[in-house]
Design a protein around this ligand. Structure first.
Ligand SMILES: [Zn+2]
Length: 135
């Protein structure tokens, strides 16, 4: 685990984050620079550079699907954009970006982050995800 990896530090509990979902392998938290309300990052707890470096790439997408289906009604989102980038943080991650009406283009390292009440959002999503996903 590279000690300079921000996502590894979050996974190890050594860096604060607004965590909304956690299981044995994966962790989801509010993006630090959200593109829309409820913008999440889903990461494997183990450090790998790209999601296709995971032993089984489908698993992280299954978790993403369960998270997405659970949060859409809670957020009243039209749909969710899903993306993988990884040029800025070199730890595999999936962007989960709720879309409301007019789509926000999702891209890494550009666009002004929106303001949101992080604690309130975290509590709202954590409440539904602890019921719906952790089965
Ligand atoms: Zn890492």
């Amino acid at each position: 685990m590279p000690s300079d990896c921000i996502f590894c530090r979050i996974a190890a509990g050594r860096e604060p984050a607004f965590i909304v979902y956690e299981d044995a392998q994966f962790l989801a938290f509010l993006d630090k620079y959200p593109q829309s309300p409820g913008h999440l990052q889903l990461i494997p707890k183990t450090h790998v550079r790209w999601i296709y470096d995971l032993p089984e790439m489908g698993t992280i997408f299954s978790v993403a699907q369960r998270i997405i289906r659970a949060i859409i009604p809670v957020l009243s989102a039209d749909h969710i954009s899903v993306g993988t980038f990884g040029r800025e943080v070199h730890h595999a991650h999936i962007w989960i970006v709720p879309q409301y009406g007019r789509d926000r283009k999702i891209s890494e390292g550009s666009g002004r982050p929106i303001e949101e009440d992080r604690v309130k959002m975290m509590q709202k999503l954590r409440a539904v995800l602890s019921k719906e996903v952790s089965k």
